[in-house]
Design a protein around this ligand. Structure first.
Ligand code: ZN
Length: 333
């Protein structure tokens, strides 16, 4: 096969185009099934999708990526990410809240049964609209973050944001992070998603119905978990954890927290796994003790306790050097 032909067999992320085509065909079938079996849920979803201005959302993602140092050409256009609806989570393994981003097919897939139960049938239309938008932005954040396929020896690895996994092994838990990497990645995703959500509503207040409009001031208490509904508890926990992590590293490296946060955001977007000279910084900070603590977590309460109470190990000289090297690289480019 000529190199030109083999190039065309894979997309720019390194994914096999034939596999993507097959997956998309399956998603189209699922979408069709929901369309014929649950027209009401489908029309609720379509109505809410139409309310979202993707151009504005794209501008916000792009500005944020640029500010953190990602070159313009590397920024994913969310308008190229297709959205499908599947009958329920068991048919298509939608693992997140109401929907999920599938890097293998580069698509967002919504869970019709969960959306019907918790959003369409909800008595609180503004909370339902907010949760739909928040979930959608969370998934788009996964989509614009790093999605890189790489090969080491015979094994293929897939990196999404800060999380790496072996290709073919989709995590099968139901959203409870079992690894530091996963927890960290969800926390970063939610951190970016909330910044984007706030800016989006500042620019484009969203109509709920004839009487109600979602403004950034309306959703602030909801985002803080004081509303009638709370967003995914796991995101909350993961976010707390990332914020504590950033504070810890900022203190240790004597750098302002916002400098560190921008560096983390850049790592999230371009896949620079926040690695310093001496290895992965996240790994070095969290170390073995965190993995042990996490492995013992059985409920979301356990997880919340760990995220809130975990005592980060003291920062070593080598770690401090690694962080400073990473940041120096970040400033240069
Ligand atoms: Zn997520």
């Amino acid at each position: 096969m000529s190199s030109e032909a083999s190039e065309r067999a894979f997309d720019e992320r390194g994914f096999d185009r034939a596999v993507i085509r097959r997956q998309l065909a399956g998603l189209r079938d699922a979408n069709q099934q929901v369309q014929s079996e649950e027209p009401e849920t489908m029309s609720w979803i379509e109505r809410h999708l139409e309310k979202v201005n993707l151009g504005t959302l794209q501008d916000i993602f792009s500005a944020m990526a640029r500010k953190s140092g990602v070159p313009e050409k590397e920024i994913v256009d969310i308008r190229s990410i297709p959205v499908f609806v599947a009958p329920n989570s068991s048919t298509l393994h939608v693992h997140e809240f109401f929907m999920g981003f599938f890097p293998d097919s580069n698509a967002i897939v919504m869970d019709a049964s969960l959306i019907r139960k918790d959003l369409v049938d909800s008595k609180d239309a503004s909370a339902a609209t907010w949760m739909f938008l928040a979930s959608l932005i969370h998934e788009y954040t996964h989509a614009v973050g790093a999605n890189i396929l790489s090969k080491v020896g015979n094994e293929e690895f897939f990196q999404t944001g800060f999380k790496k996994r072996t290709v073919g092994k989709r995590h099968t838990d139901t959203g409870t992070p079992r690894t530091a990497n996963h927890l960290f990645n969800e926390g970063m995703t939610e951190l970016v998603a909330r910044m984007v959500m706030e800016e989006y509503l500042r620019r484009e207040p969203m109509r709920v119905d004839d009487r109600e409009i979602l403004h950034v001031s309306t959703i602030k208490p909801m985002m803080a978990g004081r509303g009638s509904m709370q967003l995914n508890a796991t995101y909350e926990v993961a976010l707390t954890f990332v914020e504590r992590f950033a504070r810890h590293i900022a203190d240790a490296s004597e750098l302002p927290e916002d400098v560190l946060r921008d560096a983390l955001i850049r790592g999230y977007f371009n896949g620079d796994g926040f690695s310093g000279e001496g290895g992965d910084i996240i790994d070095e900070v969290l170390g073995e003790s965190f993995r042990v603590a996490l492995a013992g977590a059985e409920t979301s309460e356990d997880l919340a306790r760990i995220a809130n109470m975990y005592e980060f190990p003291p920062v070593t000289v080598s770690l401090k050097t690694a962080v400073l090297n990473f940041l120096a690289r970040f400033r240069q480019s």
